[in-house]
Structures are given as C-alpha cells and as structure tokens.
Design a protein around this ligand. Structure first.
Ligand code: ATP
Ligand code: MG
Length: 555
C-alpha cells in the first residue's frame, strides 16, 4: 500500500479537518516531549514516528521539548542519548526546547492565576490534601487555606520561590471545584517546593511546576497546534483546557492515542532503570532491552523500527502488540540487505584427506545474492582442514539427514562436494574429527561431476578462521505480560543470553563494523557489537532466520 492509499488514522482525520477549516492558518506544529530520566524505548519510537511523521506529512514542524520539571531524576546523559536516538531514527526537530527555559514564564502564569483568585497556597500536608479531596462519588472539603486572600497568596508564593520554606511545607493549588466528578479538577497542585539541583537551572529554583501546569502551558508558549499524548492523559484534558482558558493563552489542544504495549517486554523507564540498577542486564543498551539504543546495538535498523511503527498504526484503545511483528520487520529487511558470511558456532574439524596439505583455493562468494550484481564479493579461503558445525555430522544418521555421516555426501557452500569416509571419537565418545574425500570437478559454479546432493553446509578454513565471541539473544522475559506478574523481575528468561566464547568466522568478517547486518548462513542475522575490539571480536545475533517462538506455541 502506498501512503496515498492508506486510510487516515484518527489524528490525521482531525488535522485534515483543521486544515480544511483554516484553523491556525493551516499551520501544523507537533512536539515530542520526553522527560530526560531514562533512555528512549520502542514505545517512544511510536510517539516519535507519529509526531514527526505528522509534521512531515502536513508540511509542518515538530519540536523536541525536554520535559525537565523534575530535578531529581533527570540528567544530561539522558538528554544526549535522546537526541542521538531521534536523529538515528531519521528525524529532525525544528527546535530543541526545555520546559525549564520557561520556568520564569510559568511562574508569571501562576502569579496571574493567584491575582485572579484562581490559585492559592496550601499549607496542608500531602496526606491532608489527599483525604480532603473526597472520592469520585463524594465531594471534597476545602482546607482552611482555601480562603486565603489574594495578597496573602501572592506574598506566600513569592516566599516559596525565595526559599523561605522547606520541601513539602507549602504547595500552590489551582482553585477550581472540589466537587467536580473529575478528580483532576479538585484543586490540583500546580507547584511544589523542592530544594534540589536541576541539571540545567542549577540552584536558581526551589519550586518546580507540576506536570499538568507545565505541559499545556509549554505547548501554548510554543504555539503547538496538536499536542499528542497517550490515553492515560484523557482525565487531564479538562485541566489542560481550563488552564489555557483562564490564562488566556494560545489554544493548543490535546489528543490521546493508545500507547504501545508489546509482549515479552516491559516498557516503562522506571522498570527499565530497575533492570539496569539491579544488574540484570548490561546497561540501558544491553541488546535484550527494548530501548532504541539496545535495538541499535543488536543490529536493528532505523527503517525496520519505522516500518514496525507504521504497521502497528495509531489506535484509540489499548492493545498488546506481538513482539514477533517487530522481529518480522527486521528479518524481512535483513533478508534483502544483509551480506552473507560463514561462521561456525559449535565446531568440529573436517579433514579432506585427498586435498593437498598447504594448498589454498581462493573461492569467491557474492556479498548479497538477493540483489543483482551481488553487491560485490569477497574471497573465501579453502584448505584441507575446515571447521563445520557439530550437528552437521551424525554417526547414525536417520534417512532424511541430508548432511554428513559415514558414507553421506554434502556440498560445502561455495566449494566442493565431499563424501564422509571416516571419523574419530575421544574416550567419552565425542566426535573429534570427520574425514572426507572431495570431488575435484564439483566446484560450485563449474561443477562437471554430474553428482546431485541434497544438503549444503557452511564451513570455515581452520588455517584462515578468525575467532569471535558470539552472543545469542532471546526474549528478556518468558511471560507475555511480565508486568501482570507479582514481581516482573521473576519472569526474566534465564536463557535470554547465550554466549559462545569461541566461534570461528571467515576472515573477511574481521572487517565488519557495528550496525552492518550479516547473515551467518543457516544461523541467523548478526552484527558486530559496539564494544567489540580488533583483539576480541564480538558479534550479536540480531534475530533468528525464522520465528522459533511460533513453533513453541504450536507444540
Ligand atoms: P515511561 O513510563 O516509559 O517513563 P513516559 O510517558 O513517562 O514513559 P516520557 O518521556 O514522558 O515517558 O514520554 C515522552 C513521550 O513519549 C510522551 O508523549 C509519551 O506519551 C510517549 N510515550 C511514552 N511511552 C510510550 C508508549 N509505550 N507508547 C507510545 N508513546 C509513548
Ligand atoms: Mg513521563
């Protein structure tokens, strides 16, 4: 389906109506507003693709706004990683903005509310405020401070700002309606006192605006036309509108869509941080994490993630997306783009007894047989001693085993047909060596032997192989919805990482770079790890060749 044929999602419908009616003079300005308290995850990618996608589609723009109103959990490390990830996904923001840059303006807005008797300073503790709020069916009761005069409120709020009070001693609340069925309108908190160092404003401020007060007002300051957030914020929308109306500022509007939930993973930064802090994973970019940086390190491409976000679409109802869809997207792409290479993960030695010792045949293998011209080729050295996979040999092979066993023949990929003549075992009965004879006129591409064999196996020349560590990743959790469990950390999949310390790879793979996708023939898709060194090569498995979990479910 091309973009033109695709049905509009409900947000696009709203925007097209607004454009038709000439609202905001046809201007579309969206924003992506991360809180810099963690690394971006695949859920954020959905929001990024949506917000930036709308900006692009409607000739508009998208701001990147760091929602940095909570000094304690935020850090510039997160700011940098977020910027890097958005660019990596292929998007550019119009402006890089920080809610903390608006602290002065937000303070003035709060003063304006006080002046209009629409906000007051409350000395009650958070427990007192909560218990006086009532329940959805019972109205709340005013605290003794609700009737303070405007002058007193102005003086106290100024003193809060000047650092006269300790954390929690006072708050600023909107004066709305203590009986409103929407609890968010029962005099919500606008400011709290927090004597904490902020990563951008330092110690300038000791009062910080609450999310509800900062968010809509920041949208308005930037003149955002369509402020898109997730469904949890539906109950906040009335307050969003109330504040904009009472302050009489630019009428930004909030629209809500369903957040991305994905099977076998957890998505909230708070939980991801726990995994990092408890050392259950090797940092935010551990390739098993659902973060953008982890997917990058694992070998996912920006296009595969954008494609995934496009396929899942934008809904108004919560749902759960199968992680297999994301795996499908990268597998489908890598099948077309990955360069083919040979690697042996569980080696046994194959000796070709009729091939001269010391002789080397320089075979040529196309990089990518999926495209015309093969994207060039590489040299694959062949000699009389090769590594092959242990499970490509069986002593007592069943009938349909089209690999090696006594008397059986296979083709060695890019090379010759060989027939097994003998094998060796150690004292424990493990196979240690397989002996074969090769058919000299059966070379791939110039085969005149007339022989037909059913199986082709991969191999690496012993004398030319490089060593590498290979990391096989699987799903981090073994429960579809780990968050539904009592403790989500109990459902970590103990087999989510298998390390092969010494695999043998064809020499050309020493030139690999992180992010470049390779298909290790018959094994899966791999990329070089970002922490790999020339002394110690490390490859990450991006995804298997086939969906192995689909089989699990059918069993
Ligand atoms: P988390 O709970 O993971 O910390 P958050 O919503 O607190 O997420 P923010 O940094 O505040 O994280 O989010 C920035 C933007 O990304 C918000 O507009 C938010 O709605 C959106 N977002 C966050 N998680 C998801 C998700 N799972 N699916 C879609 N959008 C999301
Ligand atoms: Mg948040």
């Amino acid at each position: 389906m091309t973009n033109e044929e695709k049905p509009l999602n409900f947000i696009e419908e709203i925007i097209e109506k607004d454009l038709e009616s000439g609202k905001h003079n046809g201007r579309v300005l969206t924003r992506f507003p991360p809180e810099p308290n963690g690394y971006l995850h695949i859920g954020h990618a959905k929001s990024i693709c949506l917000n930036f996608g709308l900006g692009q589609k409607y000739n508009g723009k998208t701001n990147l706004r760091f929602d940095d109103t909570n000094p304690v959990t935020e850090d510039t490390e997160y700011v940098d990683s977020i910027k890097y990830d958005i660019n990596w996904l292929g998007f550019e923001w119009a402006e890089e903005l920080y809610t903390s840059d608006y602290f002065g303006q937000l303070y003035d807005f709060a003063v304006k509310l006080i002046e209009n008797d629409l906000a007051y300073v409350d000395d009650s503790s958070s427990e007192e405020i909560a218990s006086a709020k009532g329940t959805p069916t019972e109205p709340g009761t005013p605290t003794p401070y609700r009737s303070r005069s405007i002058e007193e409120n102005l003086k106290l709020f100024q003193e809060m700002k000047d650092g006269k009070y300790a954390d929690g001693e006072k708050v600023l609340r909107a004066k709305i309606d203590l009986a409103n069925p929407n609890m968010h309108l029962r005099d919500p908190l606008l400011y709290r006192i927090k004597h904490a160092h902020h990563h951008r404003t330092g110690n300038t401020w000791c009062i910080y605006p609450m999310y509800d007060f900062a968010h809509g007002q920041s949208d308005s300051i930037e003149e955002i036309t369509h402020s898109i957030c997730t469904l949890e914020f539906i109950p906040h929308r009335n307050l969003y509108d109330w504040l904009i109306e009472k302050l009489d500022i630019f009428p930004s509007k909030q629209y809500e869509f369903a957040r991305l939930n994905m099977t076998y993973t957890v998505m909230s930064k708070r939980r991801l941080l726990q995994l990092v802090n408890d050392k259950l994973v090797d940092g935010w970019d551990d390739p098993r994490m659902p973060t953008i940086s982890a997917f990058r390190r694992r070998g996912y491409t920006p296009a595969s993630i954008r494609n995934f976000c496009d396929r899942i679409g934008v809904q108004k109802r919560e749902n759960m997306i199968d992680i297999s869809l994301l795996e499908f997207c990268i597998r489908e792409e890598l099948n077309k783009t990955a360069w083919r290479r040979m690697a042996v993960l569980d080696p046994i030695k194959l000796v070709i007894t009729n091939y001269p010792e010391g002789q080397v045949d320089e075979l040529i293998g196309e990089n990518n047989p999926e495209v015309e011209g093969g994207e060039g080729s590489r040299v694959i050295p062949f000699s009389n001693e090769l590594w092959i996979e242990r499970d490509d040999f069986m002593e007592d092979a069943p009938k349909k085993f089209f690999r090696l066993g006594p008397g059986l023949s296979v083709r060695l990929k890019h090379a010759y047909i060989v027939t097994c003549t003998d094998f060796k075992k150690d004292e424990q009965g493990n196979i240690t060596e397989v002996h074969c004879e090769y058919i000299p006129n059966s070379k791939s591409g110039e085969d005149t032997s007339g022989l037909k064999v059913k199986g082709t196996i991969h191999w690496v020349s012993v004398a030319h192989a490089k060593e590498a560590e290979v990391r096989l990743y699987d799903r981090l959790f073994n429960k579809e919805n780990p968050v539904a469990e009592e403790n989500f950390k109990d459902s970590i999949n103990p087999d989510s990482l298998k390390v092969i310390e010494k695999a043998f790879i064809e020499p050309d793979l020493a030139k690999a770079t992180p992010g470049k996708g390779y298909q290790f023939i018959r094994l899966g898709y791999f990329t070089l790890d970002t922490k790999s060194t020339t002394d110690k090569l490390v490859f990450n498995r991006t995804v298997t060749l086939k969906d192995s979990w689909a089989k699990e479910v059918k069993k």
